[in-house]
Design a protein around this ligand. Sequence first.
Ligand SMILES: CC(C)(COP(=O)([O-])OP(=O)([O-])OC[C@H]1O[C@@H](n2cnc3c(N)ncnc32)[C@H](O)[C@@H]1OP(=O)([O-])[O-])[C@@H](O)C(=O)NCCC(=O)NCCSC(=O)C[C@@](C)(O)CC(=O)[O-]
Ligand SMILES: NC(=O)C1=CN([C@@H]2O[C@H](COP(=O)(O)OP(=O)(O)OC[C@H]3O[C@@H](n4cnc5c(N)ncnc54)[C@H](O)[C@@H]3O)[C@@H](O)[C@H]2O)C=CC1
Length: 442
Amino acid sequence: MCASISGFSKLSKSKKIDWMVETYFSNAEETKNVLKQYWNTNEKLQQLHDEFIENTITNYYLPLGVAPNFLINGKLYTIPMAIEESSVVAAASKAAKFWMDRGGFKTQVISTNKIGQVHFMYYGNPETLKNYFNHIKSQLIADAKPITKNMEKRGGGILDIELRDKTQDIKGYYQLHASFETLDAMGANFINSCLEQFAKTFKTEALSFNAFSAEEKIIQIVMSILSNYVPDCLVRAEVSCKVEDLNEDKTISAKEFATKFIQAVNIAEVEPYRAVTHNKGIMNGIDAVVLATGNDFRAIEAGVHAYASRHGKYSSLSHAKVENGIFTFWMEIPLALGTVGGLTGLHPLVKLSLELLHHPTAKELMQIVAVAGLAQNFAALRSLTTTGIQQGHMKMHLMNILNQFNATDTEKETLTEYFKLNSVTHSAVFEAIENLRMKIND
Ligand SMILES: CC(C)(COP(=O)([O-])OP(=O)([O-])OC[C@H]1O[C@@H](n2cnc3c(N)ncnc32)[C@H](O)[C@@H]1OP(=O)([O-])[O-])[C@@H](O)C(=O)NCCC(=O)NCCSC(=O)C[C@@](C)(O)CC(=O)[O-]
Ligand SMILES: NC(=O)C1=CN([C@@H]2O[C@H](COP(=O)(O)OP(=O)(O)OC[C@H]3O[C@@H](n4cnc5c(N)ncnc54)[C@H](O)[C@@H]3O)[C@@H](O)[C@H]2O)C=CC1
């Protein structure tokens, strides 16, 4: 029987579980055991995880892998990656190794500005509103001082506030459009706190601005929130080498590989159906590092895909060319990341990941994450334009399929050997395991 419940949030963890298993599951005890398998035996650690979110019933594991041999601006990194998809870590590792021998990745942070907006409604004279904004702008910044003073001491804070007229889109709609430097913090909470203070000052002071009529004094604040679209928080990652140095794969010449690779990128630049998958490959690398370092992958995903559509059509985030015999492959993407705040100082595996990356600043992390995305894209395109994606991907996915068929360790060993020489597909694994089991039973 399914049921609604009031006051669920106030119940203890065990009472929440009791209600859930009794309401939704046929075997309450078995379900509880599954949940408990993932509890941490260290009670303090379990409590820490319970308190990350609300109504926690257990932990949801993702594997944490590492991809070594990333040479970035002359410095070697081993990159932590939290992801559920097989072949992503292998692909990143393979691309890292390939480029390590060809000068490595070159990166550069282009800009670090973040945006937040107070959205409001005003139906009076636009000129009077402009005058009011110019009059109140310095007070907006001054009233936010208690929030910004520490950030300013570190060299960040509010960069500017503009009044934007959006009445062409919606009658009466205006914005306070503010830009911020949040240094090593992603900055969502800092920006939102500043915006809510701007809104308060803006609305309250309007009541005593003499140039407003009685109706004009009523500024209706709709909402105050940062934007996850950060086209001015941009990082570039690049690899390049002589075309002839691209040669590693004996099935295709270096020149032919460069041509096919660039064609594949060009297709993703013009064809949205392909661009989405191409960019998904980039996000395989990006999301995995973003998660491992305790950052907000939803914010990153939303911002990156908006950027990929900035010219009015969804397009490739990466680009490639050959000029004067040099192959160059690069990407510029917006990444608002933090190495302080959020979960970064709390989750033990996030702390470990940041230590593995030599305790990066947010700017350094932007560069590492962009490299992981570019490497992933290189590996996928290399497979797609040579062997096809399935060969490598299915080779890595083999263990998952074997586990689906409850293969024993001996079966896994035998079939791993067998599939070194045979193509992995779901049905081929099924057949092979059936044959093996039949032979043993004969
Ligand atoms: C999968 C590989 C790497 C195999 O590649 P391979 O040549 O068979 O690998 P190998 O066994 O010869 O090993 C070479 C190196 O690859 C790495 N490597 C190899 N195996 C492992 C492993 N088990 N664990 C860790 N690392 C591994 C590792 O760096 C290793 O060097 P070593 O460590 O031996 O010095 C290759 O085929 C590849 O890069 N494929 C691309 C896979 C990929 O992109 N996967 C993402 C999922 S598909 C998808 O979601 C995106 C997509 C494709 O749709 C995007 C798009 O369309 O653009
Ligand atoms: N739309 C969105 O993306 C939203 C995201 N969030 C969440 O907000 C969190 C991130 O917000 P933050 O404000 O970054 O985190 P936070 O609230 O933990 O604040 C980080 C604080 O660290 C301090 N700090 C210490 N050293 C610093 C340094 N070197 N540079 C900069 N600041 C330093 C600053 O006071 C800064 O405000 C994430 O968990 C995210 O998921 C929250 C609301 C909306």
